[in-house]
Design a protein around this ligand. Structure first.
Ligand SMILES: Nc1ncnc2c1ncn2[C@@H]1O[C@H](COP(=O)(O)OP(=O)(O)OC[C@H]2O[C@@H]([n+]3cccc(C(=O)O)c3)[C@H](O)[C@@H]2O)[C@@H](O)[C@H]1O
Ligand SMILES: Nc1ncnc2c1ncn2[C@@H]1O[C@H](COP(=O)(O)OP(=O)(O)OP(=O)(O)O)[C@@H](O)[C@H]1O
Ligand SMILES: NC(=O)CC[C@H](N)C(=O)O
Length: 681
């Protein structure tokens, strides 16, 4: 019996429905794992089809074509390697399960089905899949063979393998408990776990604990990249043995595929089972499938992987990297000509522009110049060659960025030179093709048209404040759309999470666009990140390729040193005066969305926080009323805000994370209860 195993994990940047593309990456992963001498390769959840296939999981004809692909893949495997691959499993005439198949050369050994379907956060798996009942095993005719299916353990020449499929490991009654009873040596976890700040820490806890408590090696692998346009997957990969991490992969890589391996000692984990206080029935044979596979000989001279520790999380770096990876994947998966951005010289659009630049720099560093250029060539960019002595960063700014990003400053009579110069400076710093024009004549034109309808009663700022603000924001939209259409570019909308939550944005004005890259980042963090980009720079992976460790932008200084203002009114206006301090707004948003509380419950939390020392109860309840008033009435706006990436723990996206009725009571009763509670204090 083998005493050690070399386990490989693949993080794959899948595309939903792209069977050929996903299979090509899986084949590359098999080759890479073979080179590493791996005994087993684990691929992520639903990696054959992509995780986000949505209602295609209801299309039986499409599902029923998959087994032949799986069989063909098995035929190509190297002699001594097992492959675990996630896929949807259709019981002909019945329902669909979220499964993983275990393959070796020419063979499919069986399929394990997910028992706990993710229905929290951004996940809606119960719409398509049926949960598999624990302890149930059946037979199925699949790809022309009779296979065991269900809550299975595979006995591979004395080494027992079991699975927890993503959400299975997040719940209290995780399958690992019965895998332990069946003497499992290795628990494999194929996942599709969306990126959110702080999640690696959570995952590492169940990976380590799964290994310690169940006396097993635990291998975890996640999808990578912006698979289907919204969620970004971070390609987290970990292996734990004897309760300690022995492998941690690089997360949020711009490579479409990352394969890692770890060599682990099965004996030391068996020893933990031996001394476990949990009873284990001898001869527990239920749900154990014997696998006809011969491991390669024991590699006695191969060193075991050493324990390692999780690196400390740099939240700003992670947020920037996740957004940039999303932008890179949108660019390459949509085959479009880059991005167009209305650049105001304010915080939000500046961060969007900076992250488009960071995406190019990181893609260059991760892929290397020739693969990076090959990718751009697929998007039909014609990039001039880099000068012999030209530094890659300068070349990216000079030759690449003008093609990737078009920026446009659109001043009005209320815009100042501060923002115009800040926009021009940032554009120079990131190398975008920058233009500036005035929208004043267009606004005048609209006002003349409207005033001609009521010549005795022209629009004025005292009465028509919102109408006069919004026309300015709207007049900017057609111009930037024109430039976007002309260059086949994706229009970036600059909404951030805080403003999107309360609808503090003009529909069909500054919300116009395909994609809101920072729609998952709170305004408080946007402001902090801009300062971070100025003062520290975003760390680069493989930065040595460019000769820099971090990408800093000195041009952010002019952005960072302004108070956020929408420049929509003749009198100086700040966003925080219109709304409330952003840290308070973000706390209300986060508490209400992640703790699922009523306004009274949120107030109670705020009263226990440092805000209670800063602000009176009356001020806090006033802001809570403003927040909920805007939140409720603007659900229709959130339904129409451009697609965004999930970055913070919560999000405003009504199609994934946060659902709320478009028409509602506006929480009138609950707000009155909050006031009554505040009055009772
Ligand atoms: N109770 C209600 N329930 C559902 N819908 C309601 C509604 N009341 C009005 N509406 C609809 O909403 C429409 C108004 O929506 P919309 O035209 O978008 O505009 P609106 O939400 O009224 O105003 C835009 C707000 O965003 C701010 N803004 C704009 C641009 C940039 C920034 C920034 O700093 O980033 C901020 C601006 O200062 C203003 O407070 C109404 O005409 C009506 O059709
Ligand atoms: N003068 C301008 N030129 C070009 N685009 C503008 C201009 N003013 C506003 N916009 C567009 O409208 C969006 C919203 O404007 P707003 O001023 O609220 O945001 P911002 O300037 O990016 O950041 P901040 O809210 O911090 O000022 C901007 O992000 C930008 O895309
Ligand atoms: N695919 C899944 O089961 C994902 C669910 C899990 N709770 C996560 O967010 O990672």
């Amino acid at each position: 019996m083998r005493q050690t195993l070399t386990l490989a994990t693949a993080c794959i940047n899948t595309t939903p429905l792209d069977l050929d593309g996903n299979l090509a990456l899986i084949r590359q992963a098999v080759d890479a794992a073979a080179t590493m001498g791996a005994d087993l390769l684990l691929c992520p959840e639903l990696s054959l089809t992509g995780y986000g296939c949505e209602d295609m999981f209801f299309v039986a004809d499409w599902l029923d074509a998959l087994p032949a692909q799986v069989a063909a893949l098995a035929d190509e495997l190297p002699e001594h390697m097992l492959l675990a691959i996630g896929l949807p499993l259709h019981f002909p005439g019945g329902q669909v399960f979220n499964a993983v198949a275990l393959l070796s050369r020419g063979q499919i050994h069986g399929l394990v089905c997910k028992q706990h379907l993710a229905r929290n956060g951004i996940h809606y798996e119960p719409r398509w899949f049926t949960p598999w009942p624990a302890g149930h095993v059946t037979q199925l005719s699949y790809a022309g063979r009779e296979l065991p299916v269900g809550d299975l353990v595979f006995d591979v020449s004395g080494v027992r393998l079991g699975f927890e499929i993503c959400e299975d490991s997040w719940v209290a009654s995780r399958p690992g408990r019965t895998l332990f009873e069946r003497q499992v040596d290795v628990i494999l976890n194929p996942s599709a776990s969306h990126f959110a700040l702080g999640k690696q820490q959570q995952r590492s806890q169940f990976v380590r604990e799964g290994s310690r408590a169940y006396g097993a090696v635990y291998a975890y692998t996640n999808l990578l990249g912006c698979e289907a346009g919204r969620a970004v997957y971070d390609g987290d990969a970990m292996v734990a043995s004897n309760g300690e991490l022995v492998m941690i992969g690089e997360r949020l890589s711009f490579s479409p595929l990352k394969v890692y391996s770890a060599t682990v000692d099965l004996q030391i984990n068996r020893a933990q089972r031996l001394i476990s206080s949990q009873p284990m029935l001898p001869g527990h044979a239920d749900g154990i499938a014997s696998v006809d596979f011969v491991w390669a000989g024991e590699p006695y001279l191969r060193a075991l992987s050493a324990p390692c520790t999780l690196p400390a999380e740099d939240e700003h770096a992670e947020a920037c990297r996740a957004v940039a990876l999303g932008l890179w994947d949108w660019q390459r998966k949509t085959w479009t000509g880059g991005y167009a951005l209305s650049l105001s010289g304010g915080a939000d659009s500046a961060l969007c522009g900076a992250l488009v630049f960071f995406a190019q720099v990181q893609a260059y560093a991760s892929l290397g110049e020739s693969a990076y250029l090959a990718q751009l060539a697929k998007g039909r960019f014609e990039i001039g060659a880099r000068g012999v002595d030209e530094a890659p960063l300068l070349w990216l700014k000079r030759a690449v960025m003008p093609q990737i990003l078009t920026t446009l400053y659109q001043g009005s009579e209320y815009s100042g030179s501060v923002t115009r110069d800040a926009a021009a400076g940032l554009a120079a710093g990131i190398g975008s093709q920058h233009h500036a024009w005035s929208i004043a004549p267009l606004i005048d034109g609209y006002l003349q048209l409207a005033n001609a309808l009521t010549p005795d009663d022209p629009l004025n700022w005292q009465r028509d404040d919102l109408a006069l603000q919004n026309i300015q924001a709207r007049v900017r939209a057609p111009g930037i759309w024109l430039l976007a259409n002309r260059g086949n570019k994706l229009l970036i909308a600059t909404s951030n999470l805080s403003e999107a939550s309360v609808g503090y944005c003009t529909m069909d004005g500054d919300t116009s666009g395909v994609l809101s890259p920072i729609g998952g980042i709170s305004k408080s963090r946007v402001l902090q990140i801009n300062r971070y980009i100025l003062e520290q720079g975003i760390p680069l992976q493989q930065g040595e390729v460019l000769g820099i460790a971090r990408l800093a932008l000195a041009e952010m200084a002019a952005i960072v040193n302004q108070a956020p203002t929408a420049e929509l009114r003749p009198v100086e206006q700040t966003d925080e005066a219109d709304l409330m301090p952003f840290p308070v707004l973000d706390a209300i948003r986060r508490i209400s969305q992640t703790q699922h509380l009523t306004p009274k419950g949120v107030l109670q939390q705020l009263l226990r926080s440092p805000f209670a020392q800063q602000y009176s109860v009356a001020t806090l309840t006033g802001w809570l009323r403003r927040y909920y008033g805007l939140y409720c009435r603007n659900q229709w706006k959130r339904e129409r805000i451009a697609v965004s990436f999930h970055i913070e723990a919560d999000s405003a996206d009504p199609k994934t994370y946060r659902r709320f009725p478009v028409i509602s009571s506006q929480l009138k009763r609950e707000l009155d209860e909050m006031d009554a509670f505040a009055a009772s204090l």
